[in-house]
Design a protein around this ligand. Structure first.
Ligand SMILES: Cc1cc2nc3c(=O)[nH]c(=O)nc-3n(C[C@H](O)[C@H](O)[C@H](O)COP(=O)(O)O)c2cc1C
Length: 374
């Protein structure tokens, strides 16, 4: 299928990236802009939906730090919402926060996603994404949703069509894995069906539903999807910095990248990738003092939204991901994961958040599994 004008041909990008960088020189963008339907993104770098993490406050932080072209909510059960028995927490902020903002839905019933998409259209969200990748047993098994639908491309097509009916002019996208198992790779078929049904873009996490994060991302399989469809394909999986983002674009020809786990410990990763994509010098990470301020602000905003101690309970999992690779992080994490309330949290940050610049050789924040993908 013709793919010119959509593929990223960045052969020269990594060469350019290797040149000594001069902050004052005029730069030429090396990665093409990404358009999803009628929406032109400022950068082709997306923040993944991450259940349990990408709530209103986290999304604010990502927006503030810059570089991210499209931010997603956590996955939301369309049926749960429509039938009225889902706590609407995952929609907190969606009505009023800045655009662009993508909302992800999961379900297996076209009627449910159609109705939920209609409600999201009333909220004027920027993109509606459908989850066909969640590998969690409860979602795949009992619910027959998420990555289970990779076995059933026809239903995927009906889901995309129904979502489009509800969404009106809002672009609808799909997020998929390669297939349910390595014996059943359906990504190309699912992507083609989604495209025919009107999807505006596809994100491919380059693993099957059975693969753990220890299995390398199959970049060849992502490249096959890029070849198979004319809509933009966004590559996802193990992108942790500017180099890995450039590498996967170059290898697969994808139109953009999506980052999940790494942004939880380094939400500034988007601006690093954005700089590389624009052929600019990569900015340094915030100093530890700035990271400390950011963590305190994050906590304060969680307390404002949820009260205390819930806001403190919610900050624990974020705080535990801060300081990847920094000396003293272990002692901080050991305490902060047990913080009881706002005062206790503040005491632990004051006492144990490291202020030196010593780095330990540990790879940041990639140990999380998709446990809370529900
Ligand atoms: C804790 C956790 C929650 C996740 N929640 C979602 C989700 O709600 N929707 C979704 O499409 N993917 C979800 N994912 C998958 C990520 O979006 C992403 O596809 C995957 O982690 C690979 O990207 P990464 O290597 O950058 O982490 C989740 C992953 C993790 C670790």
């Amino acid at each position: 299928m013709e793919s010119a004008g959509r593929r990223n041909d960045i052969e020269s990008a990594s060469d350019r990236h290797e040149q000594p960088q001069d902050a004052t020189r005029t730069t030429v963008p090396v990665v093409a802009p990404l358009r999803i339907g009628s929406l032109e993104l400022e950068t082709p770098i997306l923040q993944a939906p991450i259940a349990g993490f990408t709530d209103l406050v986290f999304r604010r932080i990502v927006r503030e730090l810059g570089g991210c072209g499209l931010i997603y909510t956590e996955m939301i059960s369309a049926g749960g919402w429509v039938k009225g028995n889902i706590p609407p927490d995952r929609l907190i902020g969606v009505k009023d926060e800045p655009r662009p903002l993508g909302v992800q839905l999961w379900d297996r019933e076209p009627e449910m996603v159609e109705e939920a998409a209609g409600r999201l259209a009333d909220l004027d969200v920027s993109v509606i994404d459908l989850n066909f990748g969640c590998p969690k047993k409860r979602i795949m098994g009992k619910q027959g949703s998420g990555a289970q639908l990779l076995r059933d491309p026809a239903t995927v097509g009906r889901m995309v069509e129904a979502t489009k009916r509800g969404a009106g002019d809002i672009p609808v996208t799909a997020k998929i894995r390669l297939g349910p198992t390595s014996d059943l790779i359906t990504a190309v078929e699912v992507a083609r069906v989604s495209e025919q049904a009107g999807a505006a873009a596809i994100t491919v996490h380059g693993r099957t539903a059975r693969d753990g994060y220890g299995i390398p991302v199959a970049r060849d399989r992502i490249a096959e999807v890029v070849e198979a469809v004319a809509i933009p394909v966004i590559a996802n999986g193990d992108i942790v910095d500017a180099a890995s983002a450039l590498e996967i674009l170059e290898y697969t020809g994808a139109a953009g990248v999506m980052v999940a786990r790494r942004c939880l410990s380094a939400p500034w990763v988007f601006r690093e990738i954005a700089a590389a994509f624009a052929g600019e010098p990569i900015p340094p990470p915030p100093a530890l003092e700035q990271q400390r301020e950011q963590l305190l602000r994050h906590h304060q905003q969680l307390v404002e939204v949820h009260g205390d101690p819930l806001g403190t309970v919610l900050i624990r999992k974020f705080a535990a991901r801060y300081l990847a690779g920094v000396k003293g992080a272990k002692a901080f994490r050991a305490q902060v994961t047990g913080a009881r309330d706002a005062a206790d949290f503040r005491r632990i940050v004051d006492a144990l958040f490291p202020t030196g610049d010593e780095i330990e050789p540990d790879v940041a924040g990639q140990s999380l599994v998709e446990e809370s993908c529900e």
